[in-house]
Design a protein around this ligand. Structure first.
Ligand code: GAL
Length: 324
């Protein structure tokens, strides 16, 4: 279905289109800011596609760039990984979820981490890595693996000032693991922490504000939304403390994808980007972008709004709040 270009407001829960008028498919994804351009990577399950990439400078108009990971993606010989094919034993699709991309200054490479499954029962529970020299080129697949043998499902990446981390749900989702990445971001260097044993947190999303780290996550109810909770710490290695509720019992009908930081000339804004999944028709899944406000006492609030307007230059945002 095609539509004319959108105006300057993002309307939560509606179908969003790219600048060519095609439905925007970047589910469970991540936005990377690189040299003044925002790149939105996310799941696309149409045809032979796994991950698509769009770009924007105003955070409203998204231009399709490339299907950066597909069933035909080239593979790199790599001794530390198992599979090197992005197809299953029958040549069919595997399942790639929650792709996240960071830029590595040392290697000048874009590094993607994702959740990999080669069947429908989620028993594979592996992480996979791919790299590219450009933000939206054809990523080269490095294979999938379980970090130190641990199950690894819903995941995220987080770049701190000096090092980067991969976080994923482990032990059948019971625990959240955090791995320090090697300096090239292409492998894990150590298991830095395991948090919230038996809490079954999924969909992790991390953000840093004024020296404090906040991690948002959902509970495990498949495609059905549930209560988002967050933890806060001033040191990643110490753990994230108590889980605190944020938003309502369905997180306004969404599950975290990532937290977007917009550092403008006047202010820095934080946006909770969530997926509003359609479990019966995956391709009908939508997005929500909600303002995320941090209070001085260390608490966080997700503002339920029907639409949001972000000024990518000043960093200011406006929204139409939902009544509840
Ligand atoms: C969710 C998870 C999604 C997807 C879904 C499948 O809990 O966050 O990424 O795996 O389950 O049911």
């Amino acid at each position: 279905m095609k539509k004319e270009r959108m105006d300057m407001t993002l309307k939560n829960g509606e179908i969003w289109y790219d600048t060519q008028g095609n439905v925007l498919h970047a589910h469970g994804g991540h936005i990377l800011l690189h040299e003044g351009v925002y790149y939105w990577y996310g799941e696309n399950r149409l045809e032979d596609i796994y991950v698509s990439c769009y770009s924007s400078t105003d955070l409203v108009h998204w231009t399709f760039l490339n299907h950066v990971l597909t069933m035909r993606s080239p593979a790199r010989e790599n001794r530390v990984r198992g599979d090197l094919k992005l197809t299953n034993q029958n040549g069919g699709r595997v399942n790639i979820e929650r792709p996240k991309v960071l830029y590595n200054e040392k290697t000048k490479q874009f590094v993607m981490w994702m959740h990999y499954e080669n069947g429908t029962d989620y028993s594979c529970a592996a992480a996979a890595v791919a790299t590219c020299d450009t933000p939206a080129g054809d990523f080269v697949y490095h294979g999938s693996f379980r970090p130190y043998g641990h199950m690894s499902r819903d995941c995220t990446l987080f770049a701190d000032s000096d090092r980067a981390y991969f976080l994923s749900a482990s032990r059948d989702n019971a625990d959240m693991h955090m791995y320090l990445l090697q300096e090239d971001y292409q492998n894990v260097e150590k298991l830095s922490g395991a948090f919230w044993s038996n809490e079954y947190r999924e969909a992790p999303a991390l953000v840093k504000k004024d020296g404090a780290y906040y991690i948002f996550s959902s509970f495990c109810t498949g495609w059905a939304p549930n209560q988002c909770k967050y933890g806060r710490t001033d040191c990643l290695e110490k753990g994230f403390g108590l889980l605190r509720k944020v938003g309502d019992e369905t997180t306004y009908h969404s599950q975290p994808a990532f937290i977007l930081t917009v550092a403008g000339t006047e202010t820095t804004s934080y946006i909770y980007v969530g997926d509003r999944w359609d479990g019966r028709d995956y391709h009908n899944s939508r997005y929500v972008w909600f303002p995320l406000v941090f209070h001085e006492d260390g608490s966080a609030k997700i503002i339920h709004c029907s639409e949001i307007e972000i000024d990518a230059v000043t960093g200011r945002m406006e929204w139409v709040e939902c009544e509840r």
